[in-house]
Design a protein around this ligand. Structure first.
Ligand code: F6R
Length: 245
């Protein structure tokens, strides 16, 4: 895993956007794997600014999102579909036909999982997958103990994940209990992975990722098995007081 150390959240966002824009310019038909949450918001903002300033086009870019809450339809303000529209898609020239996000309101959720993997395969796999990391090491919504060979599936969210995401909801009780997520095997099939890590609340996870063993109890550790992973982490996430002797 390559590690790019940056000063802060802003520099992480700039660097990540720079990498993504270069890929899009060199391969206008790229399939991007996208994440939601607080971490990539700044990156998306830079993509939008660059699109407006330099007209970088996303007309032929395809996107595949990692996950979606179960029970929230596309128009629900807390759905990840809504997040993506607000934070990126509504502000660039992407063809909405090329956007793929699991449907958390599907009547047949098992079928939704199966067809999501099929869609990814039909696209020829993800070329560049953007990831954030949960404090418990989750990637996508693959919580600890998720088998490394999992494909897209339904998960029960860990209490700590619901708590961390409660900031987006009026009440903790409104945070969905379940989600659909690309599985760990689906994520690992990506040709290249860019993991963004910022802030001191991620320092413990970062420490474990760098120095811990590969184990299903810490999902992100599986990234060590992939041959093309870049981590962009800021100073607070690489907190020196946590570095092992
Ligand atoms: C989001 C996702 C999650 C987040 C993780 C970190 O699509 O898959 O794995 O990346 O929960 O969230 P933030 O960035 O809010 O700290």
């Amino acid at each position: 895993m390559n590690l790019i150390k940056v000063e802060n959240y802003e520099e992480m966002s700039q660097k990540a956007a720079e990498i993504i824009i270069n890929k899009v310019v060199n391969n206008p038909k790229i399939t991007l794997g996208l994440a939601t949450g607080g971490t990539p918001e700044g990156t998306y903002q830079h993509l939008i600014e660059n699109h407006q300033k330099n007209q970088t086009t996303y007309q032929h870019v395809k996107t595949v999102n990692l996950d979606e809450y179960i029970g929230l339809g596309a128009t629900d303000p807390n759905s990840y579909r809504h997040y993506m529209n607000e934070h990126l898609f509504n502000h660039i020239d992407i063809d909405f036909e090329n956007i793929h996000i699991p449907n958390g309101a599907a009547t047949n959720l098992q079928e939704e999982c199966r067809s999501y993997d099929y869609v990814i395969d039909q696209l020829g796999g993800v070329d560049l997958q953007i990831l954030g990391i949960g404090r418990n090491g989750h990637i996508g919504f693959n919580e600890p103990q998720t088998p490394f060979n999992s494909k897209t599936h339904i998960v029960e969210l860990a209490p700590s994940t619901r708590k961390a995401n409660a900031r987006y909801f009026n009440r903790f009780d409104n945070v969905p209990t379940h989600a659909i997520t690309m599985g760990i095997a689906s994520i690992l099939k990506s040709k290249e992975i860019l993991l963004l890590v910022s802030g001191e609340d991620k320092a413990e996870a970062m420490q474990r990722l760098q120095h811990g063993e590969i184990s299903e109890s810490f999902p992100a550790s599986v990234l060590k098995k992939h041959n093309n992973v870049t981590i962009i982490a800021d100073k607070k996430a690489i907190s020196s007081c946590l570095v092992s002797p």
